[in-house]
Design a protein around this ligand. Structure first.
Ligand code: HEM
Length: 144
């Protein structure tokens, strides 16, 4: 292996593998999604934002989010949406709101799955949150 290719291999993250665990299937991920959004909807800061954005039937959103998490964790390819535009239109959401979102997600995942599996979910959520925040709050043109 040349030095160049070994450096390139090192810089590139290993492709994520699906999580294989008896307790983590679509049914369990669906329970996590439903419990998490039930809690978010009661949160004093985020609840009103979700109520405004999803005023009607929550079932399609919950199914979409179950597809999303199955794609992220089990690599099922069930999700075909576009998260960035869905969040770009949320003009009043701040970076601090992501901290609330992530703390509640982490707490719910730990309660339902235990700390080790929750850590896998939280790691993915944090990375996706970082890309959403980059898209929402940072623009190259903002540099002084
Ligand atoms: C404060 C933080 C967040 C808020 C307020 C928020 C809010 C929302 C809202 C209101 C929608 C529905 C948009 C619509 O259907 O028109 C949505 C969709 C979605 N959110 Fe978030 N979100 C947050 C963070 C996150 C994070 C951290 C993730 C991933 C780890 C995420 C993943 C998604 C996905 C996959 C969709 C579906 C997009 C689509 O395909 O239509 N969200 N979010």
């Amino acid at each position: 292996m040349t030095l160049k290719s070994s450096l390139a291999d090192h810089a590139r993250p290993a492709p994520e593998k699906p999580l294989h665990h008896a307790g983590v299937d679509r049914a369990a991920i669906g329970r996590l999604v439903r419990e998490f959004y039930a809690r978010l909807r009661k949160n004093e800061r985020l609840g009103p934002i979700f109520a405004r954005e999803i005023p009607g039937d929550w079932e399609p959103h919950l199914e979409k989010m179950t597809d999303f998490w199955c794609s992220v964790i089990l690599k099922t390819g069930d999700y075909h949406g576009r998260p960035v535009p869905a969040h770009l239109k949320l003009g009043d959401v701040t970076e601090a709101d992501f901290d609330i979102w992530l703390a509640m997600f982490s707490q719910t995942a730990a309660e339902l799955f235990g700390p080790e599996i929750a850590a896998v979910f939280v790691d993915r959520a944090e990375r996706i949150a970082t890309s959403l925040k980059l898209a929402m709050f940072f623009r190259l043109g903002d540099r002084a």
